[in-house]
Ligand binder design. Structure first.
Ligand SMILES: NC(=O)c1ccc[n+]([C@@H]2O[C@H](COP(=O)([O-])OP(=O)(O)OC[C@H]3O[C@@H](n4cnc5c(N)ncnc54)[C@H](O)[C@@H]3O)[C@@H](O)[C@H]2O)c1
Length: 347
């Protein structure tokens, strides 16, 4: 329980950090304030300092993590630094909201989750799609049991073009390409809505279409570092008998970029656009509710607001637990291992 504003540290002040900044500002200074900002890049650090003039600023995050000073650290750097910054933040007594993808591999994820358990602090991942109204609706509908048991899901994460505003295409920095950076959102969502089963086996294949596709649109300097997959297909089997087919594609012609479709024993539900079709005595009945507010940025702000409100109230972050975080990382790791070896991975 906190009877003052939550003190937030933002490590990494790039594209996604600015989405968080807007969400935190909108809460008002009595709820949360950014008390520390950090970026290696001086111009980005200056811009963050102008937004939050009272915040301490540094290029080295270690200089900002005085024990007990921050309640929450948002890790908004690229994934190659997520583990070190998360561990240091937990050591300094702050809870961690880490941007996706979580870590570079399962071993890193286990170390961070072990540190969280040891310190009694909380860690959550920036899988903001869970905070869309349609996601919560479908989660509660499926878990309510009235539309049968989950059997099969398709989850996809696509873009027309690779996201080259940051080094998301450079594996050593990003931990992977379209799977780690894009598909991970709807994979997480489909697993959560489907009851968070444990993955059993994973078979995946990946390719890189760039620069054959979209290469001509991208600045020359990026070509030298673009080594991640921009196309993936995978099949995942879970311990509740469900199986999921995944597709990620950064050179896609699709217009429904991020979504999933879940088939249960009685219904089919779709994330975006929201749709619910239920078998009622042999008839397919459209039971899609009218819901607003599935905006992407709004869901990031809703996540920030929820976590900050829970910290102030002394309530646990209840939308994601350590097992779910680890299972997501296991599926991501296993996809890459399967693609590399050409074999199914048994978890
Ligand atoms: N949830 C979402 O919708 C969403 C959207 C975009 C990005 N992301 C995630 O957010 C993270 C950041 O992505 P981005 O697009 O903002 O990248 P970005 O390159 O725009 O910003 C990252 C910033 O981190 C800084 N940085 C890197 N290493 C650092 C270090 N050791 N110490 C301090 N600063 C450091 C960089 O200088 C850069 O300014 C990634 O994990 C990405 O996958 C999430």
């Amino acid at each position: 329980m906190l009877d003052r504003a939550v003190r937030v540290g933002m490590i990494g002040c790039g594209t996604q950090a600015n989405v968080h900044f807007a969400g935190i500002k909108a809460l008002g200074a009595d709820q949360a304030t950014v008390a520390a900002v950090c970026d290696l890049d001086e111009a980005r650090l200056d811009a963050a300092g102008q937004l939050w003039p009272q915040a301490r600023a540094a290029q080295d995050y270690q200089d900002l993590l005085a024990p007990g000073d921050l309640d929450l650290v948002v890790v908004a750097t690229m994934p190659n630094t997520h583990q070190a910054i998360s561990l240091a933040s937990l050591d300094a007594g702050a809870c961690v909201l880490c941007e996706k993808p979580f870590m570079m591999n399962v071993a890193q994820a286990e170390a961070v989750l072990a540190k969280a358990a040891q310190t009694g602090l909380q860690v959550q991942l920036g899988t903001n799609m869970r905070y869309m109204p349609s996601s919560r609706y479908l989660h509660d509908l499926v878990q309510g049991g009235t539309i049968g048991a989950p059997v099969f899901a398709k989850a996809w994460g696509c873009h027309h073009d690779p996201p080259v505003w940051g080094p998301h295409y450079h594996r050593a920095t990003s931990g992977g390409g379209v799977l780690a950076s894009t598909l991970v959102h709807t994979l997480d969502l489909a697993m959560w809505v489907g009851g968070s089963p444990n993955p059993l086996t994973v078979s995946a294949a990946t390719r890189r279409l760039f620069p054959g596709k979209r290469g001509a649109k991208v600045a020359g300097a990026i070509h030298a570092h673009y080594d991640a997959e921009d196309l993936i297909s995978a099949l995942v089997r879970f311990d509740n008998g469900a199986f999921y087919a995944l597709e990620g594609n950064w050179c896609s012609e699709r217009t429904d970029f991020h979504s999933f479709e879940l088939t249960t024993t009685r219904a089919t539900v779709t994330g975006a656009p929201l749709a619910v079709s239920v078998d009622v005595a042999g008839q397919i009945v459209d039971q899609t509710p009218q819901l607003d507010g599935d905006d992407w940025f709004h869901s990031v702000h809703t996540q920030d607001a929820a976590l900050i409100a829970q910290l102030r109230a002394g309530d646990p972050w209840d939308l994601q637990d350590a097992r779910q975080l680890l299972n997501l990382q296991k599926v991501v790791d296993a996809c890459y291992e399967s693609a590399r070896t050409g074999r199914e991975v048994v978890l």
